[in-house]
Design a protein around this ligand. Structure first.
Ligand code: FES
Length: 123
């Protein structure tokens, strides 16, 4: 089953305005995550504008149908963050419930979890 990584492409971390960068922090992180996923069978990516966690960007969501879903934030837009996000999403995809045992969490996602959502009930 596919796990989706949704990346907020409008996140700007504190101080972004003074960096002179033309891309937002979210756009930079999205590009790094997309390059890392690079056609992986179990993972897909998409960009959205705002996950309503603007005070703690960069933000991403990890989701799959009928599984626990998560939002994570406070990422810096760098390769280390992208690797950790993709490694975590890969473990999420391999899990039947979406719950990844703590011992399997990449170091780079620890301390970044913001919310967890239970799957919707079956009707
Ligand atoms: S701008 Fe990224 S969460 Fe609002």
């Amino acid at each position: 089953m596919t796990t989706w990584i949704t990346i907020c492409d409008t996140c700007k971390r504190e101080g972004w305005d003074s960096t002179g960068m033309d891309k937002t922090d979210g756009e930079q992180l999205a590009a790094l995550v997309e390059a890392r996923v690079n056609g992986s069978g179990a993972l897909r990516t998409r960009r959205v504008s705002c996950l309503m966690g603007c005070t703690h960007g960069c933000n991403v969501a990890i989701q799959a149908a009928d599984k626990l879903s998560y939002t994570l934030g406070n990422f810096t837009p760098d390769a280390e963050s992208a690797h950790a996000i993709v490694d975590y999403a890969t473990a999420h995809a391999a899990s039947d419930s979406g719950q990844v045992p703590y011992r399997q969490w990449p170091q780079g996602v620890k301390g970044h979890f913001v919310t967890r959502h239970a799957p919707l009930p079956k009707e």
